[in-house]
Design a protein around this ligand. Sequence first.
Ligand SMILES: CC(C)(COP(=O)(O)OP(=O)(O)OC[C@H]1O[C@@H](n2cnc3c(N)ncnc32)[C@H](O)[C@@H]1OP(=O)(O)O)[C@@H](O)C(=O)NCCC(=O)NCCS
Length: 179
Amino acid sequence: MSPIIHLYRELHSKPRVPQVSGMSLSSFEPQHLDAWLELFRCSFAQMDPPVRPWTREDFWRLIGSHPWWRQGQAGQLVWFQATGQLIASAILGQVQLKSWKLGTLHWLMVHPRWRRQGVGRMVLRAVEAAAWDQGLRWIRAETHRRWTAAVQFYQKQGYRPATLEGDQLRFHPRANFKG
Ligand SMILES: CC(C)(COP(=O)(O)OP(=O)(O)OC[C@H]1O[C@@H](n2cnc3c(N)ncnc32)[C@H](O)[C@@H]1OP(=O)(O)O)[C@@H](O)C(=O)NCCC(=O)NCCS
């Protein structure tokens, strides 16, 4: 069984982005990269299993090489608190299937000190709103099966585990899903 699971949500209208006081949104700019790498390090180092910290080269190889990034079709969203510290981020990509286009969510993360305050939900809704504006009606989140906080977070936000078979989504009965 693959350790990676995919969870999907259909958008029926443009999601409303809840506000968290003292936070402001910015699009990713190259000068954010070092702060993003530091956020990545503190967000994923303590996970079980952990993700090794990324270098600048990793970022450009693993994110910057996607066609949606190079063609500026991605939504790269970062959130700052009032003091200017980067506290959360997510990246929206897309995949063209035969008859429809899927929005893909990458590396949603919230700084450990800011968790359970609604920031993750805010970032997720902002990604979905950006996806809606790009004409994307389905979003796919990806996570590790053993990252139970992330699995529970996504399920709470209406995402359901499914497998893409060709152009079709096959949803897993909840009873068969081991988070
Ligand atoms: C998953 C993550 C993004 C959630 O961010 P967050 O800001 O803490 O989430 P929110 O405060 O918006 O939580 C919304 C709801 O999700 C659920 N949830 C969030 N964290 C949870 C946890 N640790 N355990 C169980 N449920 C959780 C809860 O229902 C929560 O609502 P509540 O606090 O009112 O109970 C954050 O824990 C994180 O960055 N984790 C490390 C990176 C990661 O796993 N990224 C996703 C996979 S790539």
